[in-house]
Design a protein around this ligand. Structure first.
Ligand SMILES: [Zn+2]
Ligand SMILES: [Zn+2]
Length: 748
């Protein structure tokens, strides 16, 4: 030891411990240096020092792990290859030159390979590889960068890659070079990565991209692109300082960035939106592929559409042979499927400031399962089971909330299995036995039905309350706030589908201060897919002669029969679902402006409306005084019909779609900011917390924040967890914990 101290270091289930003995001043110096000279990935959550009796240690040694006690040691996320490893990877003199599994304590897989705690090699999928003497020496040397790097490996002793055809027959030659050659020629290759498979093809080859879409059954949803480097990415997307930081961070998320006009990317990669989802290489395999001179690659999750990611070799060969021409496989097993994370870079000029952090859209690889610290420790371990789409689960113990990675849509049987398996794995990995379960109020959510069968108290949490509390927890806020939930769908206790809610709430209770006026939504599930349906629902409530005239002019493209059925139903609106959904209001606007008739994937129409609105650099709201549409006092009902009416009459006067789309965004933002300000004034509050899936709309979110700040209110948005349903479980867990704290277990 440099400090000439003796002792030992080890891991137990509480985390790392160091016992050192020596003169006091050297011990103090050691603690200072420990904090100041941490390796890049290391983070000290809490440092406790206590005196021990000296036992006469002569040297410094490593203690073998103990496996007892309560598990609260951090299970860390997977991390992109570090610069030191990249240097060795490309150095012909290094013993790991071109070795696709190079890693060290600062980088490599973690969460995706852990089978049990504590995090030691025998508890990972690396257990079957016995380290060679050189690797073992590095692993045992406290001065080495690979000291206790659990996935440590080299070409002599570690995993290997190979390339197969779609029948699983290994192809001759250097696997990486052959794979790069197939890709360059326009082929589609399934590439095994950290948390699952990617389907890859050239992003600048329209033939290859269309083939991938056709085979995968993915009609329109934008595809992510991997670029060789930050410099390469600048040719295709606008990257400011914040965008560069996000792209380059060790978590390596997919970052949504504005397209550059001249970008040489196949049109079908991301049609009808003005951003590309871009990521940089994060495994040695990616780096080696790009070292063969490849341009940008589409890298989309390796699964048939709507099914979870494939993660083992046999499964991939079974499920993907009709999509991929070849498979780049390896023999380091993936213990957990973990999708790529997605973040939205703040948009310059849309109300964002330099200090804005990006908005998480999907929190998975690189981020999960890093804990989120909550303000108050929970009296009981809580399990929260989240929503239905973009499912995640959360376990809250002490003041640490562990939110799972994105698990997918629970209506899908594979995703549902992933959901139940993750709950069991979390309980084992965290050694937590939840005493309370929190769930959404929607009786038909698979997660809610599952939770209600458990032999423990169940706490139902209103969807939008959970959204707002997740944003509070995300920002470390407690106490009463005004919460604005801009959302698509959430079950309301009155049986309506809520979606645009201004709440006055704290972590346990909420009151509804304002909401969008209800409108009927014909067509059941089709109401969320076909954008003419919410438009018809809104228009049917306007004056009868208007409705007839509008039906003729606005619904000409809709099938006569579907329209006839909807109109008949709309004559008895009380028998249809009533909704205050903001997402459906955006759909209706996109439809009436002639932009989108269908959501081919979630938020398709709204994203299109936003992209079109951005073509116009500014427009006043559609109504001179948006508060004219307010009815009632508490809650205020914000009537959307005059907004839709104004949109149509301005359209008839010939205003352009971009101008009207922009004006529509401004109108909604103004209405919401005004309603939030009234609620804040009424209760003497000055903090407004924003959440809900529609916040992924940067134009809406930016305007809303700007307007709130102009009114002297502080606006808080998500920083660590998604504003959409991926963040729900965190909010549910915090609400349940607070109710138990206030009322005890029986009355919670
Ligand atoms: Zn490294
Ligand atoms: Zn080795």
């Amino acid at each position: 030891m440099e400090s000439q101290l003796a002792g030992l270091v080890g891991n137990d289930t509480h985390g790392a411990f160091i016992e050192i003995e020596g003169p006091t001043e050297r011990l103090e110096q050691f603690v200072r240096r420990l904090q100041a000279e941490l390796p890049p990935l290391a983070r000290i959550a809490e440092l406790r020092a206590e005196p021990l009796r000296a036992v006469g240690e002569k040297a410094f040694r490593i203690d073998a792990s103990e496996r007892t006690g309560i598990q609260d040691a951090e299970i860390t996320p997977d991390v992109a290859t570090c610069d030191d490893c990249l240097y060795e990877l490309l150095d012909p003199q290094d013993r790991r030159y071109r070795y696709p599994f190079i890693n060290c304590t600062n980088c490599g897989p973690r969460y995706s390979i852990i089978q049990a705690v504590p995090y030691d090699r025998p508890n990972t999928t690396m257990a079957r590889f016995t380290m060679c003497p050189s690797c073992q020496a590095e692993y045992d040397d406290p001065a080495n960068r690979r000291f206790h790097a659990q996935p440590n490996a080299c070409p002599v002793c570690g995993p290997r890659v190979w390339l197969t055809d779609r029948g699983g027959r290994e192809l001759a030659g250097d696997a990486i070079r052959e794979c790069a050659r197939l890709l360059a020629e326009g082929g589609i290759v399934a590439i095994k990565g950290i948390g699952g498979f990617h389907l890859a093809c050239r992003a600048d080859d329209e033939g290859a991209v269309s083939r991938l879409r056709e085979r995968k059954g993915r009609e329109a949803k934008p595809l992510a692109i991997m670029m060789a480097s930050l410099e390469a990415a600048r040719h295709y997307v606008e990257i400011d300082a914040c965008g560069a930081t996000e792209l380059d961070r060790p978590e390596r998320p997919i970052v949504l960035l504005p397209k550059r006009a001249a970008a040489q990317i196949a049109p079908s990669v991301a049609p009808r939106v003005d951003a590309f989802g871009v990521m940089l290489p994060y495994t040695p395999v990616h780096t080696l592929l790009f070292a063969e001179g490849l341009g940008p690659l589409v890298m989309t999750s390796g699964n048939p559409t709507e099914e979870p990611l494939c993660c083992d070799n046999e499964e991939a060969l079974r499920r993907l042979p009709t999509i991929a021409d070849a498979f780049l496989l390896h023999d380091r097993d993936i213990q957990r499927r973990v999708d790529d994370s997605v973040v939205l870079a703040p948009a310059p000029g849309a109300g964002a400031t330099a200090s804005d952090s990006p908005l998480p859209i999907r929190r998975a690889r690189g981020f999960a399962p890093a804990p989120i610290e909550v303000a108050a420790p929970t009296p009981q371990a809580v399990l929260a089971v989240g929503g239905e789409l973009k499912s995640t689960i959360c376990v809250l113990t002490g003041n640490q909330a562990i939110l799972s990675e994105h698990l997918g849509e629970l209506a899908n049987a594979e995703a549902y299995r992933h959901f139940t398996a993750t709950i069991e794995q979390f309980k084992a990995l965290l050694r937590a036995e939840p005493a309370v379960v929190a769930c959404d109020l929607h009786p038909d959510y698979a997660a809610t039905r599952w939770a209600r069968k458990l032999p423990m108290p169940v706490i139902g949490v209103q969807h939008h309350h959970a959204h707002v509390v997740s944003a509070m927890a995300d920002n470390g806020i407690t106490g009463l706030v005004v919460g604005v939930s801009c959302d698509g769908t959430g079950y309301g206790p009155d049986g309506a589908i809520w979606g645009c809610e201004v709440l006055v709430c704290d972590e346990a209770e909420y009151e509804r201060a304002a909401h969008l006026g209800y409108y009927p939504l014909p067509g059941g599930d089709a109401g969320a897919r076909e954008t003419w349906r919410p438009a018809a629902g809104l228009l049917s409530q306007m004056q009868a002669q208007d409705w007839d005239r509008m039906a003729a002019s606005e619904f000409g493209a809709i099938s006569e029969e579907a329209l006839h059925v909807a109109r008949r139903r709309l004559r008895e609106p009380h028998r249809l679902p009533q909704t205050s959904s903001l997402g459906r209001l955006f759909d209706a606007a996109a439809f009436l402006l002639g932009l989108s008739s269908e959501n081919r994937f979630e938020a398709d129409a709204a994203m299109n409306l936003e992209a079109v609105a951005r073509l116009c650099c500014g427009a006043p709201p559609l109504l001179a005084r948006p508060t004219d549409v307010f009815q009632g006092e508490w809650p205020i009902v914000m009537d959307a019909r005059p907004v839709i009416g104004a949109l149509l009459s301005e359209k008839r006067q010939g205003r352009s779609a971009p101008e009207l789309a922009r004006a529509f965004h401004e109108t909604v933002a103004t209405m919401l900011a005004e309603a939030a300000a009234r609620a804040a004034g009424e209760r003497g509050l000055d903090r407004v917390v924003l959440s809900g899936g529609c916040l992924a709309n940067r134009l809406l979110a930016g305007s809303l924040r700007r307007l709130l700040q102009e009114k002297g209110l502080s606006a808080f948005v998500h920083r660590q967890v998604p504003a959409g349903d991926g963040g729900l479980a965190l909010g549910q867990a915090v609400v349940a914990a607070e109710r138990v704290r206030r009322h005890g277990m029986r009355r919670a």
